[in-house]
Write a new protein. Structure first.
Length: 717
C-alpha cells in the first residue's frame, strides 16, 4: 500500500485490485481497470453528521406531509464521498438513532463507489459488513464512465432506479473531481494551456494572461450548453478574471437530475466562491499553481447554482468557515422554494467548521487574530447575546481594520444576535456595543436600528445621539449629523464622544461651499454625492481593493491607508476639480466620482466599490453628477473608457453619453471617447471639444490631424 499527501491534509490511498474481491460478489458488475484515488472528506466529524442527519429528517418530514413517499420503498441516501468508510459509519449511526428500526421511514445508505479499490476499502471497515447484512448499507457502484449505477447486493449487482425522493451527500467531493481553468480576459474566454507550444507565436489563439503563463481561446462548444448565458454575462461584466470550471461536477449534477425522477435534495460543502465579487477577487497565480500541481481549486458555486437552476432545481448557498460554502439544491419537489427556505433556516453553519474554534477556545481565545474563532464560537452558541457581550470592544475595533477581516460574516452574526435580543432586558449598554460593532463592519443600517431601539427604551441621551450622529456623518448626511449632535450636547455639554463628533463634523463642513464642494442628494434614492475629504479614506481604500479598478480607470494603484490619504489631499487641493464620494444611507461609501472642470467642459471619471458593482449605483450617481454640473454651467461632459471595459461602457450609455468618432494615437488607441451635451452638438463639434479640452489642460494625449481622424478610426477598427 502506498500513501501520498496532497494539499493540506487528505491522505490518498491506492489499494490493490485483488483485495477488492474479498467479501463481495463482483461477478455481476464489470469493473474498470486501473487504480482509483480514495480521499477522506475534510472537516467531517460526528457533529457534522448530526447536522446532515437533521437536514435529512427535516426534508423527509416535508416529503411525507406532501404525500411524496411511496410506502414500502426505500429512501436512499447517496454518499458520493464515503472515503474509507468513516462517513458511512458516522452517518448510519446517527440515522439509526433518529430513525429506529420500527420507524416507517425505510432508509438505506448508499456509499457511491467509483472503482474496485473503493469497494475494497469500504469492506475493510469494521461494522460495514453487519450493516450490509441488515440491508442498511448497500454500496452503489457508479464509475464516471458508466451511465447505469448498480447496487452491490449480497446476491449480485442490480441496476439502481429510485422510486422515492433521494438525498445526495457530496461533502467536498466536487473539489477532487476534474476541473478546467478558464478565464475571462478583456472580452475573450480563455483556457489554461497545459501543453502549450514553447513558442508563443506557434498559435495565434494563444495569449499571455497572467504570470507569464500561456492561455488559449476556450472552445465554447466543449462547455455545458446550459451555461452559455452565464459565460456571456461573465464576459460582459469581468475584465480579467480566472474562472474555475468544475466540469465533472456539472456532469454529475446533470446525471442526478435525470435519474432522480421523484426528487432529490443535494448537499455539498467545499472551498469555493458564490458571487461575482468573489470571482473578481480570485487570484490568477494561486489558481494556476493549484491547477498545475493538481491540488484542489475552489469550486465555482456561482456556476453550479446556475446549472442547478437550468436543471429545474432551486438552490441556495451558505457561507461556512474560511471560504467554505454549503450548497443545497432541491430537484423536482412541490413548493420547492418554500421547502428550501425552511431547510436553510434549519441549517446551523457553525456545525460544519466547529472543531478549530473549539480547540482554540480550549487554550483561551485572545488577541485580534482570534476573531475568526470568536465568530465560530458565537455561531456554535446559536448567536447568544451573552456570548457577544463577552467580546472586548477595542479588540474588535482593531481586528476589523485588518486585511481579510470577515466583515460579511460578522454582519450576518450581528443581525442574528440582535434578532435574539430584547432591548431593555437588563443588559445596559448592550445595544451600544452591537451598534459600534456594526459600524466597524460597515453595516450602518443595523447600527441605526439598534441605536433607535435603545433610544425607545431609555429615552434620548447624549451617548445614543452621538452614535446616531456618527452614523449620519459616515453615510452622506453630514448636516443632519450636525443637528443631532447639537441635541446631544444640549443634554450633556461635556460628553466626550459628542464633542469629538461635533469637532469632526464642523471641520468637514468648513470646507464646503456653494459651488463644487457641496452635497448633491438624489430626489428618490438614498444616495448622496458628498465632497470628498480625508474622512472617506479608510472606506475608499477598502472598496478600492480590486486592482482592476485602478487598471480600468487609469488611477494609481493604492494599497495603504497613508497613500490613500495623501492622494485625497492632493486631489482636493485642485479647486476647479470636483471630487465626490458616492454615499448610500445604509452602506456608506460605495464609489467615487471626479469632474475635472475646464471652462465650460468637464471630464467625467467614476468607479464603483468592489462590494457594490452591478447594482446600477454608478448610473444613478453619474446622472446626478452630470445634472449637477450642468446647473453650474458645464455644457459639455467628456469621458473615456477602454474598449474592453464593457461594464463601464454600459454605465456611460445609460447615463446618456454617446461615442465620439475619434481615437487617440498609440499608445492610447484602445480608449473610446464619449460626450454628454446638448443634442445639437454634432460629431465634428464633439471632436473639437475633446481636442480643445486636452489642449487647455496640457494633457499629453495625441489625436490624428483633423483631416485624417476619420481614416485613422476606420483603420483601427
Amino acid at each position: 500500500m502506498m500513501q501520498q499527501t496532497v494539499s493540506s491534509g487528505p491522505t490518498l490511498i491506492h489499494a490493490s485490485n485483488e483485495s477488492a474481491r474479498e467479501g463481495v460478489r463482483l461477478d455481476a458488475v464489470p469493473f474498470a481497470d486501473g487504480e482509483t484515488l480514495i480521499v477522506e472528506p475534510s472537516d467531517f466529524s460526528p457533529v457534522v453528521a448530526h447536522e446532515l442527519a437533521r437536514l435529512i429528517v427535516h426534508h423527509w418530514y416535508a416529503c411525507s406531509a406532501a404525500k411524496e413517499i411511496v410506502p414500502d420503498s426505500p429512501l436512499d441516501i447517496l454518499d458520493f464521498f464515503p472515503g474509507r468508510g468513516t462517513t458511512t459509519l458516522l452517518m448510519t449511526g446517527v440515522l439509526q438513532r433518529k430513525f429506529p428500526s420500527e420507524s416507517h421511514y425505510r432508509w438505506r445508505y448508499l456509499p457511491v463507489l467509483t472503482g474496485q479499490q473503493t469497494v475494497a476499502k469500504l469492506y475493510a471497515v469494521e461494522g460495514i459488513k453487519a450493516l450490509m447484512a441488515e440491508g442498511r448499507v448497500v454500496p452503489l457502484y457508479w464509475p464516471s464512465n458508466q451511465e447505469e449505477p448498480s447496487l452491490l447486493l449480497p446476491d449480485g449487482g442490480r441496476h439502481w432506479q429510485p422510486s422515492n425522493p433521494v438525498i445526495a451527500l457530496f461533502h467536498d467531493y466536487f473539489a477532487y473531481l476534474p476541473q478546467r481553468l478558464l478565464a475571462v480576459h478583456y472580452g475573450k474566454l480563455m483556457e489554461y494551456a497545459e501543453n502549450a507550444p514553447s513558442n508563443e507565436h506557434e498559435s495565434e489563439d494563444m495569449e499571455q494572461v497572467s504570470d507569464g503563463r500561456k492561455w488559449i481561446l476556450a472552445d465554447r462548444s466543449s462547455l455545458d450548453a446550459d451555461l452559455t448565458g452565464l459565460f456571456d454575462t461573465y464576459i460582459a461584466k469581468f475584465n480579467s478574471v480566472p474562472i474555475p470550471y468544475p466540469q465533472r461536477a456539472l456532469e454529475l449534477i446533470g446525471s442526478i437530475s435525470e435519474r432522480c425522477k421523484q426528487g432529490c435534495l443535494m448537499i455539498a460543502a467545499a472551498l469555493g466562491v458564490t458571487t461575482e465579487v468573489k470571482l473578481r477577487l480570485s487570484n490568477f497565480s494561486d489558481l494556476t499553481k493549484c491547477f498545475q500541481n493538481r491540488q484542489t481549486m475552489p469550486i465555482n458555486f456561482h456556476l453550479l447554482a446556475h446549472k442547478l437552476t437550468k436543471a429545474k432545481a432551486v438552490t441556495d448557498q451558505l457561507a461556512l468557515q474560511k471560504d467554505k460554502v454549503l450548497q443545497l439544491g432541491l430537484f423536482r419537489h412541490q413548493d420547492a422554494d418554500t421547502r428550501l427556505r425552511a431547510l436553510v433556516r434549519d441549517v446551523d453553519p457553525a456545525m460544519f467548521g466547529h472543531a478549530p474554534a473549539l480547540s482554540q477556545a480550549m487554550q483561551g481565545v485572545h488577541g485580534d487574530a482570534a476573531f475568526e474563532h470568536r465568530l465560530t464560537l458565537l455561531k456554535l452558541a446559536a448567536f447568544d447575546p451573552e456570548v457577544l457581550a463577552a467580546i472586548h470592544g477595542p479588540h474588535f475595533a482593531r481586528a476589523s481594520k485588518h486585511h481579510g477581516f470577515n466583515r460579511e460574516g460578522w454582519r450576518q452574526a450581528l443581525e442574528q444576535v440582535w434578532s435574539h435580543y430584547l432591548p431593555g432586558a437588563g443588559k445596559d449598554g448592550f445595544h451600544e456595543q452591537v451598534a459600534t460593532m456594526a459600524m466597524h463592519c460597515g453595516d450602518w443600517a443595523l447600527a441605526r436600528r439598534v441605536i433607535q431601539a435603545g433610544i425607545q427604551v431609555r429615552g434620548q441621551n447624549a451617548s445614543d445621539l452621538a452614535q446616531l450622529a456618527w452614523c449620519d456623518a459616515r453615510t452622506g448626511q453630514l448636516k443632519r449629523s450636525a443637528e443631532i449632535i447639537s441635541d446631544a450636547l444640549a443634554l450633556d455639554p461635556s460628553h466626550v464622544m459628542a464633542r469629538e463628533v461635533q469637532q469632526r463634523t464642523e471641520d468637514r463642513l468648513a470646507h464646503w461651499d456653494d459651488r463644487w464642494r457641496q452635497p448633491v442628494e438624489h430626489v428618490e434614492l438614498p444616495l448622496v454625492l458628498e465632497p470628498l475629504d480625508l474622512s472617506h479614506a479608510e472606506a475608499m481604500l477598502y472598496q478600492y481593493r480590486d486592482p482592476q479598478i485602478a487598471i480600468m480607470t487609469g488611477l494609481p494603484a493604492i494599497t495603504a491607508l497613508e497613500a490613500m490619504q495623501q492622494w485625497i489631499t492632493e486631489q482636493i487641493q485642485q479647486r476647479q476639480w470636483a471630487h465626490f464620494a458616492i454615499m448610500d444611507a445604509d452602506q456608506g461609501f460605495v464609489g467615487y466620482i471626479n469632474l475635472a472642470v475646464s471652462e465650460h467642459a468637464a471630464f467625467f471619471c467614476f468607479w464603483t466599490g468592489v462590494d457594490f458593482q452591478g447594482r446600477g449605483l454608478a448610473t444613478q450617481a453619474g446622472k446626478l453628477a452630470c445634472e449637477f454640473a450642468r446647473k453650474l454651467g458645464v455644457s459639455v461632459m467628456l469621458t473615456s473608457a477602454y474598449s474592453d471595459n464593457q461594464r463601464s461602457i454600459r454605465s456611460l450609455e445609460r447615463i446618456g453619453f454617446t461615442q465620439i468618432p475619434i481615437r487617440a494615437l498609440p499608445p492610447d488607441q484602445e480608449r473610446i471617447f464619449y460626450a454628454l451635451a446638448d443634442p445639437s452638438l454634432s460629431a465634428t463639434d464633439a471632436i473639437d471639444e475633446l481636442r480643445n479640452y486636452y489642449l487647455r489642460e496640457k494633457i499629453a494625449l495625441e489625436f490624428p490631424a483633423p483631416e485624417n481622424h476619420g481614416r485613422h478610426e476606420s483603420s483601427g477598427d
